[in-house]
Design a protein around this ligand. Structure first.
Ligand SMILES: Nc1nc2c(c(=O)[nH]1)N[C@H]1C(S)=C(S)[C@@H](COP(=O)(O)OP(=O)(O)OC[C@H]3O[C@@H](n4cnc5c(=O)[nH]c(N)nc54)[C@H](O)[C@@H]3O)O[C@H]1N2
Ligand SMILES: Nc1nc2c(c(=O)[nH]1)N[C@H]1C(S)=C(S)[C@@H](COP(=O)(O)OP(=O)(O)OC[C@H]3O[C@@H](n4cnc5c(=O)[nH]c(N)nc54)[C@H](O)[C@@H]3O)O[C@H]1N2
Ligand SMILES: [Mo]
Length: 565
């Protein structure tokens, strides 16, 4: 499917995704769908903008996604709302799936999710009866120790109602960053070459060895979130990591449990950071390589709908700064493998020649059509690629959709007496991820600045005798930070939310790094516990925040107009 189809959806099931803050342009299409008469169901523990305009808001307790999805499937099954023909002809493993969902009656799910059983029934009936329904999901699904299970369960919900292979249906991961899909497509994963060709497949290995004239390893690499363990705990010398080449990533700010990350970066023998700005991680680097930013180089991005799009250089970079690909070529050459390309098109042509699913996506065609959605296998100018991945049959080996769900597993760290609140982390509209880019922009800093906010229910604030805007200390057994209290009815009692953009109000001092999804290795950013403490001396706390911020910026060499470094 394509992102534009959202506008034509008859029903949107918006699940753990807050487009209004994360992707305002996508959210505009959701609003337009609503204006055109679409029904909207939103599953989110907060009253997000999507929840506000929804016909049904399933305000579940954080960390209970699969219980809710199973219960919706249970209702659809028990009330005979399934698409039996689709199930019979297009799927496998339905019986095993039914065995699991049987237990998840809406009443049982209510005890876990805290969503009234009748509301679950209402949402399930709406979803199943819609002429076509589209699921959009985001980090409220992915950032849990149980994440991939939920994605598959949502896929099964679409499967049992025949919601595939037609316009404005299916299940859409609204991929996070503009080019995160591209990073995966290009093989920036521990287990794949470009084009999702597995490193353990001998034929694939032989193909790349021949193309590059080298001997390649058939071992899967290390996922980002395994790095601390490989540095701090690994006993096997063959597996222990000694060096870390980091580019386009700021783990000291964006990885969970940053105290552990700092220890990891300190213990490593050698750290290279390649970035367009100074960041927290660069403070630990032995070598810093400055590179050009998105408007200073050419390239190709993939959108979340598998569409390749060109980006073009519009600004001449300073003469001392190279593009990321030139730096990689020079390092590679210095290490003994002569890597040389004239331009990005030459790199792209080599890539598409080695990836059958991308083979037809030439620069010429991307240029002509604006966007080519892979798979695009032929160079024929009329082949514009594939809009519907699962059209007529599924893109699996047997052409069938595979039913799957699992029992609910609670998050690893729950609220307790010492840390009575749940703690979750999300995004905000005015700042981007580790804030190097938006934090260096005066206009955006005027909009919102350190030390960020913690969203709390007003009843919890009252109990703690704190007011909206007060600085508070947020802590758990891993760490603490200082931030401002945002008293808001948008969050339920007992739950708190911070955005992960802030350097001083740094929520990743608290997040948990040890509960990874077993398949995706994504950490449980969306759930751990915390305690919020009132700060009596507000003036001293503001001094602390301002001094820490000033210190950090001066170490990073950030200087704003009209400001001393
Ligand atoms: N302005 C801005 N835009 C961004 C970014 C940014 O930093 N700033 N980051 C980009 C990136 S990297 C990404 S990945 C995307 C992410 O975009 P989103 O997927 O929208 O990410 P989040 O805001 O982290 O989480 C989405 C929602 O999940 C909800 N949630 C929390 N726990 C649960 C739960 O247990 N169940 C359910 N169903 N929902 C839950 C939260 O309340 C939140 O509203 O945004 C991208 N866009
Ligand atoms: N608590 C909490 N933590 C989270 C999340 C959460 O929801 N909660 N979300 C997680 C998610 S989904 C993501 S994607 C990560 C994002 O976290 P990161 O990937 O660490 O953050 P970004 O801000 O996307 O950018 C990383 C670095 O890339 C640099 N950069 C930008 N453009 C270029 C370029 O062209 N070349 C080079 N070499 N560098 C460049 C930026 O200056 C920045 O220092 O954060 C994760 N961390
Ligand atoms: Mo992301």
């Amino acid at each position: 499917m394509g992102v534009h189809e959202i506008e034509d959806a008859k029903l949107i099931f918006n699940f753990g995704y807050n487009g209004a803050d994360s992707h305002p342009i996508v959210q505009r299409r959701i609003v337009r769908a609503k204006q055109k008469g679409a029904t909207i169901i939103c599953a989110d523990p907060r009253v997000t903008e999507a929840a506000r305009i929804a016909d049904v808001h399933l305000q579940l307790k954080g960390g209970t996604n699969i219980a809710l999805v199973n219960a919706m499937c249970n209702v659809i099954y028990n009330e005979g709302l399934v698409d039996q023909h689709f199930i019979d002809t297009m799927s496998v493993d339905y019986d095993a799936f039914v065995e699991i969902i049987k237990k998840y009656t809406p009443e049982y799910a209510e005890t876990i999710c805290k969503v009234p059983a009748e509301l679950i029934r209402k949402a399930a009936r709406m979803y199943a009866k819609a002429p076509s329904a589209m699921i959009l999901y985001g980090m409220g699904v992915c950032q849990f120790g149980q994440a991939v299970d939920v994605v598959k369960a949502l896929g099964s919900l679409a499967l049992m109602t025949g919601n595939y292979g037609k316009p404005a249906s299916g299940i859409g991961p609204v991929r996070g960053q503009n080019n995160v899909q591209g990073a995966c497509d290009m093989g920036a994963l521990p287990n794949n070459y470009p084009g999702y060709q597995n490193v353990t497949n001998p034929d694939v290995q032989a193909k790349f060895e021949k193309a590059w004239g080298v001997k390649l390893s058939n071992k899967v690499g290390v996922p980002l979130t395994h790095v601390p363990q490989r540095v701090l705990e690994e006993k096997d010398p063959a597996k222990k990591l000694h060096a870390y080449y980091i580019f386009g990533e700021d783990p000291a700010q964006s990885d969970p449990d940053v105290a552990e990350i700092r220890e990891t970066l300190e213990k490593l023998d050698f750290v290279i950071v390649q970035d367009i700005f100074m960041n927290k991680t660069a403070e630990f680097a032995d070598v810093i390589l400055p590179s050009t930013s998105w408007n200073e180089h050419d390239g190709v991005y993939s959108c979340c709908d598998r569409g390749f799009q060109r980006i073009r250089k519009v600004v001449e970079p300073p003469s001392t700064v190279k593009t990321d690909w030139e730096i990689i070529c020079e390092i590679s050459t210095a290490m003994g493998y002569k890597m040389k390309y004239k331009n990005t098109e030459e790199i792209w042509n080599e890539l598409i020649d080695l990836c059958p699913n991308f083979a037809g996506a030439t620069y010429e065609k991307i240029e002509k059509y604006g966007c080519i959605q892979w798979p695009c296998r032929s160079k024929d100018m009329n082949d514009k690629g594939t809009v519907f991945l699962h059209n007529g049959k599924f893109a699996t080996a047997d052409g069938k959709g595979k039913f799957y769900t699992a029992e609910w597993r609670p998050p690893q760290e729950l609220e307790n007496e010492e840390y009575p609140l749940s703690f979750s982390t999300v995004r905000e509209v005015g700042h981007y991820s580790v804030r190097t880019m938006t934090g260096n922009c005066r206009m955006l800093r005027n909009l919102e600045d350190e030390p960020g906010w913690i969203q709390m229910n007003p009843a919890d604030c009252e109990k703690l005798h704190i007011k909206h805007g007060d600085l508070v200390k947020v802590m758990n057994k891993r760490g603490w930070c200082i931030t401002r209290c945002n008293a808001t009815e948008r969050v339920a009692k007992g739950a708190t939310y911070m955005t992960y953009q802030w350097w001083i109000g740094c929520c990743n001092e608290l997040t948990i790094g040890s509960n990874l999804d077993p398949v995706s290795n994504t950490p449980e950013y969306k759930y751990c516990n915390c305690r919020v403490e009132k700060i009596d001396d507000q003036a001293a706390a503001w001094d602390y925040v301002n001094n820490e911020y000033k210190d950090l910026r001066s170490r990073m060499g950030i200087k704003m107009i009209g400001e001393e470094a």
